[in-house]
Design a protein around this ligand. Structure first.
Ligand code: HEC
Ligand code: HEC
Length: 405
């Protein structure tokens, strides 16, 4: 998203941050419930088994937003990720289709690009329907490849240059000749300090800063985790506290500035926070995910890495990249299913330091289709006493205006 990266995705970073961040963990195809004019079939990801409908009424995009003509019947919690997919596909920030980002109502206004985008959705659906049996073979990205006007003439330089090796979104089978997932994960556990030392850490409190893309200020962040599988993150933004909580069973996002300020997490979103909570205690990594398989090795910053993919219960692939030499986890890539395509999210880990005999990353960068954030920890306190109330359902934030900066 070249241009969008230069021109910050104003007004969106806060709106999308937690949602896409969460969404980014997933590659399941959350069924699109109700009537929809968007195709939900043909995911590259394996389909998960049929699910029980949620007990509470799920909010649809049209229940929350004012001017939804085409993308009706999409769960509200997938709507902004759909917008992120548009931005990433055409390489433009939100303002290309939304002139007025000063309020949520501003996004409801139409401009020519937004109207073209509606036609594009219908065209894309019609092609998928007529030519690909209703399966999602063609997306905005297939034609646009990160530019607003798709190219029509082949570029000779591209034809004769070395092909870009593309990272597949899903590793479909174990690559022949590569190490087993068990070997790579064992090496990782060893590199962190060994199973015994990892098991001795049963909770931690981490403090540091969080900086959204294009934000000048850093916000204080606090991450609290308790084994097995409880985790809460609070970012003290100037607009109020933004928290993501998982108590082991249920999860919530309370974020000022979102149209739905307190979101109860379900389906793919709940799985996402569960995986995050599980990975906070990497001694249990093998049990946290299943269907492990290893893909072909690749390089990150000129260093060789091994790629391991695991899935959660609901077919939820997460790709983990381990430095071949050090054995440490350097990257995680996961995908979100939006109604129009998969949104990748990438987390790059750095600055591993010793905490009670165990190595933990103190710095990571999260990149998703519309933004990027940098988290930098200053301290991690292992086995700190944690008040059980820290994982309770958070209160709804007061402000529902989009954050402005
Ligand atoms: C390529 C054009 C395009 C881009 C880029 C885009 N949108 Fe949209 N957006 C649309 C279209 C089209 C609709 C209306 C969908 C419909 O009618 O079903 C819409 C609707 C919305 C709405 C609903 C407003 C309302 O009340 O009706 C919001 C909010 C929104 N977009 C946010 C964003 C954000 C945030 C971004 C940046 C990540 C973004 N959009 C990027 C095309 C775009
Ligand atoms: C089958 C190929 C194809 C697909 C799929 C496709 N587009 Fe397009 N799109 C085009 C072409 C070709 C143009 C340029 C038309 C022209 O030059 O007038 C275009 C133009 C646009 C424009 C206007 C750009 C400008 O600068 O005026 C927008 C916005 C857009 N597409 C959004 C989308 C979105 C959003 C999707 C996914 C829902 C999408 N497109 C899917 C081929 C495609």
């Amino acid at each position: 998203m070249r241009r969008a990266m230069q021109r910050p995705v104003v007004g969106l970073a806060a709106a999308l941050a937690s949602l896409v961040f969460l969404l980014g963990l997933t590659l399941v195809s959350a069924p699109v419930r109700g009537q929809t004019s968007v195709q939900s079939g043909g995911q590259t990801a394996p389909q998960r088994p049929a699910q029980q409908p949620p007990a509470h009424k799920e909010l649809m995009a049209e229940d929350v937003y004012k001017n939804i003509q085409v993308l009706r019947g999409i769960p509200e919690n997938q709507f902004l990720a759909t917008m992120g997919f548009f931005s990433a596909s055409i390489g433009e920030s939100c303002e290309f289709c939304h002139d007025d980002e000063s309020s949520w109502a501003g996004y409801a206004k139409d401009n020519a690009h937004k109207q073209t985008a509606r036609k594009m959705i219908l065209m894309m659906n019609a092609i998928n329907q007529s030519y690909f049996g209703g399966s999602r073979k063609l997306t905005c990205y297939s034609c646009h490849r990160g530019t607003d006007l798709p190219k029509v003439t082949p570029i000779l330089a591209e034809q004769y240059s070395a092909p870009i090796v593309e990272d597949p979104d899903v590793i479909t089978e174990q690559a022949p000749g590569e190490s087993s997932a068990d070997q790579i994960l064992d090496k990782y556990v060893q590199a962190l300090g060994g199973a015994q030392r990892l098991a001795a850490i049963t909770s931690f409190i981490a403090k540091g800063t969080y900086q959204g893309y294009a934000e000048i200020d850093k916000s204080p962040i606090e991450i609290i985790a308790k084994a097995p599988g409880q985790r809460a993150t609070t970012i003290h933004t100037s607009n109020g506290d933004w928290t993501t909580t998982f108590d082991g069973l249920s999860g919530w996002v309370a974020e000022p500035g979102r149209p739905v300020p307190l979101l109860e997490l379900t389906d793919q979103f709940l799985e996402a926070v569960k995986v995050d909570a599980d990975l906070a205690f990497p001694g249990r990594i093998k049990q946290a995910l299943s269907q492990w398989r290893v893909g072909y090795p690749t390089t990150i910053n000129d260093r060789e890495v091994e790629v391991v993919q695991g899935s959660s219960g609901g077919n939820f692939p997460v790709k983990l990249y381990f430095d071949k030499e050090s054995g440490l986890l350097v990257r995680q890539v996961r995908y979100t299913n939006s109604p129009v395509g998969l949104n990748p999210t990438q987390i790059d880990y750095a600055d591993y330091r010793d905490v009670s005999g165990v190595k933990m990353p103190f710095r990571w960068t999260t990149t998703w289709t519309d933004g990027r954030s940098a988290t930098e920890l200053s301290q991690i306190q292992a086995n700190a006493p944690i008040d059980a109330g820290k994982f309770a359902k958070p209160a709804a934030p007061a402000s529902s205006k989009p954050a402005s900066w």
